[in-house]
Design a protein around this ligand. Sequence first.
Ligand code: CU
Ligand code: ZN
Length: 211
Amino acid sequence: MRKHIALASLFFALSFSACKDDEAKETTKTSETPTAPKAKDTAPAKPAIPTAPKASEAIMAQAKVIAASGSKVSGTVHFSMKGETVGVHATISGLAPGEHGFHVHEKGDCSSPDAKSAGGHFNPHSVDHGDPKGETHHAGDLGNIAANAEGTAELTVDLPSSFLSLAPDAANNIVGRAVVVHGGVDDLKSQPSGASGPRVGCGVIEMYKAE
Ligand code: CU
Ligand code: ZN
């Protein structure tokens, strides 16, 4: 029995000293590399500096609307996103008096004479065409703009960024797509695009910076 106790205590003593050795090794390991975690701490702080002021500034985009389908339409559509609100301001002239379908179309391509190169309505959520004031509508459904007797239409509206966005990482980002003005009225219910007739104006939405 005494022999066993002696052996056991010897074993404990050995294993205890072994633990001490490991601890010593571990502490020297961490003390050898004190610069590595410091470098990691400063690295992510660098890209965080330029993104911080961007969040507080407005993101702006603009579309210069050019004539299509033999019309004399011209104008500008300005978009400004601040926080979760996107302000839309459109001034379009050369229209027939009355209401005209007004949408963001999928492709930023106004090159074809009938502007069909802009594709269909921008619809990232794969839902039905509809009234922008209703629950279901394309992200590109801006309804109608009304032209006065002189053929000039003006629209100013604030939309939530859940409707459409200018944020580069958003699924409903409209930058690089096109604004299209139609010859007829969007009835806000016909599928797939409100039966608003020929495309009489088209403009590619591009990022814009005020100087
Ligand atoms: Cu359209
Ligand atoms: Zn639509």
